[in-house]
Design a protein around this ligand. Structure first.
Ligand code: NAP
Length: 299
């Protein structure tokens, strides 16, 4: 249980609601900043403003999945009021205060380091990334269905990258009957693609393989679908770029060539916010329980 622990939820989207629900179940004292337009309440959670908050009482902070921008501003879909996390504010939290974010950036990393607060970047964890690949795959399938007039079955698909998302995407499209090639740079990844009965291709040779592709799905956060590669694609190829912003596609050139190429960030939060929130809630509550059990019950 998290009885007597105060957790501050700062902004975010529908995924946060699942986390709030779970924290309330665990009897935490939950303070919500940036939820004034939320149309339902939670027993055990209280709406506050940043000005009302006493940093000294914050045992944990939960930031939105994208974290902050490089000025510390956070996005929230449940309020129009800006929320900003500043170093001076964080410094006033108790030393044991733990900060959760989906992804971090130089601003967040540096204020956490300078204030000596633990920053947990949830999406850096393999467990979160792998669980999260499930709704990401479903969102990718949804996009492929919405934006093409042919079946995934029998289509030629290239998946770039065979990491936590790429592997799940390649497996799912193959299971739906697509002819899937996987592009990677490491020989062990090419071997893995072969083991999965997928056609491995060396990323450096991508250009030679895209000519007949119907759908190209990128998971590599680096410029891999370059103008050079796009030049060899059919204009009917559909490119889904899943990599974090700015993606790995030369979108300007794709548009010039008449190739439909879409950056598709945050699919779990769009197609399955409840599941995506649950994944985060599981890890956050587990980390908090471990940490607080070490410290003993708060009285
Ligand atoms: P990951 O496990 O680190 O996999 C990344 C893959 O990209 C690996 O195969 C890696 O291979 C490869 N790679 C990285 N840099 C490369 C380069 N310069 N050239 C060739 N290959 C390179 O990451 P992940 O968890 O699968 O996530 C992939 C991306 O999707 C991330 O940007 C993540 O933020 C994003 N994502 C998006 C969504 C969405 O909804 N759109 C959801 C989840 C994740 P090496 O081992 O050779 O580096």
């Amino acid at each position: 249980m998290l009885t007597n622990y105060t957790v501050v939820m700062m902004g975010g989207d529908a995924r946060q609601l699942e986390i709030i629900r779970r924290l309330c179940e665990w009897d935490a004292n939950v303070l919500l900043v940036g939820f004034d337009q939320l149309d339902h309440g939670f027993t055990g959670a209280k709406q506050v403003t940043m000005e009302d908050l006493d940093p000294k009482q914050s045992d944990a902070l939960i930031l939105p999945v994208p974290g902050t921008n490089d000025q510390g501003e956070m996005e929230t879909i449940f309020s129009k009021k800006p929320i900003v996390l500043q170093k001076e504010w964080l410094q006033r939290t108790p030393e044991h205060c733990i900060v959760f974010t989906g992804i971090t950036n130089p601003y967040l990393t540096s204020i956490a380091k300078e204030t000596n607060r633990t920053l947990v970047s949830l999406f850096n964890r393999d467990d979160v990334a792998i669980y999260n690949s499930v709704p990401t795959v479903e969102g990718t399938i949804m996009m492929a269905i919405q934006h093409t007039d042919y079946t995934i079955h029998s289509s030629d698909v290239i998946v770039l990258g065979i990491g936590r998302v790429g592997m799940s995407v390649a497996r799912a499209f193959s299971a739906l009957g697509a002819k899937v090639k996987v592009a990677a740079r490491k020989s062990e990844d090419l071997a893995r693609a072969h083991e999965m009965a997928l056609e491995p291709i060396l990323i450096q040779e991508l250009k030679e393989h895209v000519q007949h592709s119907d759908i190209v799905i990128n998971t590599i956060p680096a410029p891999v679908i370059t103008a050079n590669v796009l030049q060899n694609m059919k204009s009917s190829t559909f490119v889904i770029d899943l990599a974090s912003k700015p993606g790995g596609t030369d979108f300007r050139y794709a548009e010039k060539r008449g190739i439909k190429a879409l950056l598709a960030p945050g699919l779990p939060g769009i197609v399955a916010p409840k599941t995506a929130g649950n994944i985060l809630a599981n890890v956050i509550t587990q980390i908090m329980k471990e940490r607080y059990n070490e410290r003993g019950t708060k009285s």
